[in-house]
Design a binder for this molecule. Structure first.
Ligand SMILES: [Zn+2]
Ligand SMILES: [Zn+2]
Length: 273
């Protein structure tokens, strides 16, 4: 595994497996300022291209970074917060148009995004639903098979109560995406010894994150120690972490856990194979 910094999609497209981070920002601060883009990321595994959490600026960033939208075959939207779903409709439409109306992506999302939870409005219109090949409304514990890719849906504890993450498994590689969450007791039941664990550090101290239930320094440490991944990737970085210094934050987490830790900023790519 190696990281390529601030590259356009053209530069890394020859690789078979990678995580391409279009945007590394999270929370309202980064939605409003775009200091770090809230554009989500793409997981490529051979011919499987999944766009994860296309928040505000996802479409424009994809176009600037030369992402071949026609080749995106699935979209994963973890929850109904604007930094995760905002550009989903524009992206669905663009995938359809860029593929000359041949490609309709599969949408995997949670119940809130599809308006099935009282008090939360639907985020994907019925028009855009028709531009998807299918919509899978996922719950923790669900297993979704997409050819040779297996997605196991994981739980979270977050302000959006139905938020979900996943463990993607293919060809002996396991990638865990915890999404926005604080640490929870059975975290390791989902993410034990994954090859790559993607985490979202937002606040330094636990008490600051109570309302939104975003991961603090201590949450990140507990997640890593309990699950013992081979490689941790930090993204969806909150303002407090930037103020603290992301290099310092990363090094302290590595020192305390003994696990390899890296962060991905806008346009950074983790090449897996
Ligand atoms: Zn978020
Ligand atoms: Zn959220």
């Amino acid at each position: 595994m190696n990281i390529q910094r601030n590259v356009n999609f053209d530069v890394i497209k020859k690789n078979k497996m990678f995580i391409y981070n279009l945007g590394s920002g999270g929370t309202r601060y980064h939605v409003a300022t775009q200091r770090l883009k809230t554009a989500g990321f793409i997981i490529k595994m051979n011919s499987f291209n999944m766009y994860v959490d296309p928040g505000t600026s996802a479409l424009l960033t994809s176009l600037h970074r030369n992402v071949p939208l026609k080749d995106i075959n699935s979209l994963f939207i973890s929850h109904a917060h604007v930094d995760h779903y905002d550009d989903a409709e524009a992206l669905i439409e663009s995938i359809y148009l860029h593929s000359y109306k041949k490609n309709k992506p599969l949408l995997i999302t949670n119940e809130t995004v599809m308006g099935k939870i009282k008090g939360w409005e639907r985020k994907i219109s019925s028009y855009h639903e028709k531009l998807c090949s299918d919509i899978v409304t996922a719950k923790p514990g669900d297993k979704i098979l997409l050819n040779d890719i297996k997605l196991e849906i994981t739980r979270t504890i977050h302000h959006e109560p139905y938020n979900v993450g996943f463990v993607l498994r293919t060809g002996g590689v396991r990638i865990g995406y915890a999404s926005d969450t604080v640490f929870y007791d059975d975290f390791e039941a989902y993410f034990k010894k994954v090859d790559v664990l993607i985490l979202h550090p937002v606040v330094i101290n636990k008490t600051h994150g109570n309302e939104f239930r975003h991961a603090s320094y201590d949450d990140i440490i507990e997640m890593i120690i309990s699950s013992q991944p081979k490689q941790v990737i930090l993204r969806h970085i909150g303002y407090e972490i930037l103020q603290y210094g992301i290099d310092k934050f990363k090094e302290e987490i590595h020192r305390e856990t003994g696990v390899k830790v890296e962060y991905l900023l806008d346009g950074d790519c983790l090449v897996i194979g």
